[in-house]
Design a binder for this molecule. Structure first.
Ligand SMILES: [Zn+2]
Length: 133
């Protein structure tokens, strides 16, 4: 019922504009017929009514347009977020596995003399004190 309210406001504005305009024209014509000598008053009512109606419809129509565009923006933002979230799930998984595999080879080094596994931070074997290289 309240979905797409922006479009409904815009449609309502157009309908109201047409209805009020018809009313103004009818009232103006009636005035022109009844006030024969001051027929310009009827014309003035038509012109003034048309202007007032037209200008006030700007605001309502603009309001509808604003709601419609913000609804579209919200829709686009959620779509964009979904697209951003989908690959983001894969990136940390692959990067963490990369880090892990790199870590396994680099965390320790095996001494070429005594086969002792030393941590990377050391340059000399902790078992035989010989140089790593
Ligand atoms: Zn060693």
């Amino acid at each position: 019922m309240f979905n797409n309210i922006g479009k409904k406001i815009k449609t309502l504005t157009v309908v109201c504009f047409v209805l009020v305009l018809i009313g103004v024209v009818v009232y103006g014509v009636v005035l022109m017929v009844t006030l024969r000598r001051q027929a310009w008053i009827g014309l003035l009512v038509i012109a003034g009514g048309f202007l007032a109606c037209w200008i006030s419809s700007f605001f309502l129509y603009g309001f509808g347009e604003l709601i419609e565009s913000s609804e579209k923006t919200a829709e686009n933002t959620s779509l964009l977020l979904q697209k951003l979230k989908a690959p983001a799930k894969n990136v940390p998984a692959s990067s963490s596995s990369f880090v892990k595999s790199a870590g396994n080879t680099e965390e320790t080094w095996t001494c070429q003399y005594c086969d002792y596994k030393n941590p990377t931070v050391t340059s000399f074997c902790r078992n035989c004190q010989r140089s790593r290289y």
